[in-house]
Design a protein around this ligand. Structure first.
Ligand code: OSB
Ligand code: MG
Length: 374
């Protein structure tokens, strides 16, 4: 295969969430989604930049991704003849960081390749699992009662793992209430870096709740202190924010900083690096699962394809479109079976079509960047 990357179209799309989402760093009511379309020899491919509107989860944000793509990433890749989407990462390597911006472009090229070859994206990525187990991530609510009600709804829908967001002041009491109502469900929590190492005694109290894992308790940019914490906890630590690439994964495993890793394709810079993280973990027998960033259907479809790789052994934060959107921008929407799984399509590409008319309606800003132009 060879594909010439002729142009990239960027779109900023705004999508209201059906329910607000609150983490230790704040509450959001809507999602600003940056979509990238790559135009390659008559075939389009779509990617989503998972950065949020503000630089709170990570230092990247929608506007930084837009300008980074326009000024640096697009000029590095436009006009290039690609034989494999894996070449994208090296073309963009001179730009440091900005992994979510890079992932949007690289993943769009994978998407284009799958369409051009008329093959399912999951097969192209090397996936093997045809049905993927799903969990949900439930944000901080106004009251514990509201949270319990939400958990009840998700369990009834069949989801196989409940993850709740925690922060100081919304943690032990909340977990206690959940466990007293559901002693046996698969339960985990995610702190998004809300704790400090001197809170070890407090964090040890999480051990009584038989959690599948505690996700990212400490600083986003710190692996070493997680290894110190993991030594003192029975509960498995799962790293999210701290894992930027396969080397981080290798270091975290070697230092005992975690026993589980959350793979987010945007956080690590695209499918190629996500596969490497997956492979490093598989070789060390560390299970991974696919994280979520409140994606629109474009990113959601890509998360599904990634989740088919064999070491995605735990339920991911990949759930039905309707939990997020009144109307998703793909069709069919992502649906979850009563058994809490997503069945992966055998159709070429992602198996989901874009609702381009709806996307156009939701678009606030649009720009096409072509080879040779500035
Ligand atoms: O830490 O996993 C996280 C959402 C936004 C930013 C960070 C995170 C999350 C989630 C939601 O937990 C996962 C989802 O439902 O997409
Ligand atoms: Mg997380």
């Amino acid at each position: 295969m060879t594909m010439k990357l002729e142009a990239i179209t960027l779109r900023e799309v705004r999508m209201p969430l059906v329910h607000f989402f609150e983490t230790s760093f704040g509450r959001v009511y809507e999602r600003t989604v940056l979509l990238a379309t790559v135009h390659c020899d008559g075939t389009d491919g779509w990617g989503e930049c998972v950065a949020d509107a503000a630089p709170f989860y990570s230092s990247e944000w929608s506007d930084s991704a837009w300008i980074t793509i326009r000024r640096y990433l697009a000029p590095a890749v436009l006009g290039q003849n690609l034989t494999d989407p894996r070449e994208m990462a090296s073309l963009m390597a001179k730009v440091r960081g900005h992994r979510m911006a890079k992932a949007a472009i690289e993943n769009a090229v994978w998407d284009a390749e799958a369409r051009q070859k008329q093959q399912p994206l999951w097969k192209l990525l090397g996936g093997t699992q045809r049905e993927i187990p799903c969990g949900v991530s439930i944000g901080i609510q106004d009251s514990v009662e509201q949270l319990l009600e939400k958990i009840q709804t998700e369990l009834a829908a069949g989801y196989r793992r409940i993850k709740v967001k925690v922060k100081p002041g919304w943690d032990l009491k909340v977990l206690e209430r959940i466990r007293s109502r559901w002693p046996d469900i698969t339960l985990s929590c995610d702190a998004n870096s809300a704790y400090r190492l001197d809170e070890i005694e407090h964090l040890r109290k999480f051990d009584q709740f038989n959690l599948l894992m505690i996700e990212q308790p400490l600083w986003d940019d710190d692996i070493y202190n997680h290894s110190r914490l993991q030594q003192k906890l029975r509960t498995a630590i799962c790293l999210d924010e701290s894992i930027r690439h396969a080397r981080d994964a290798a270091q975290a495993i070697e230092t005992g900083a975690c026993r589980i890793i959350n793979v987010k394709v945007g956080r690590v810079g695209g499918f190629t690096e996500a596969k490497k993280v997956h492979d490093v973990c598989a070789a060390q027998k560390i299970p991974v699962w696919c994280g979520g960033m409140l994606e629109s259907g474009v990113g959601r479809a890509h998360n599904i394809a990634l989740s088919t790789l064999h070491n995605f052994q735990l339920p991911g934060d990949v759930s039905a479109s309707k939990r997020y959107w009144k109307e998703d921008i793909i069709e069919p929407e992502v649906e979850v079976t009563p058994q809490g799984t997503i069945r992966v399509s055998d159709e070429p590409g992602t198996g989901y079509r874009l609702r381009e008319d709806l996307i156009e309606q939701l678009t606030l800003k649009k720009e096409t960047i072509r080879a040779g132009a500035d």
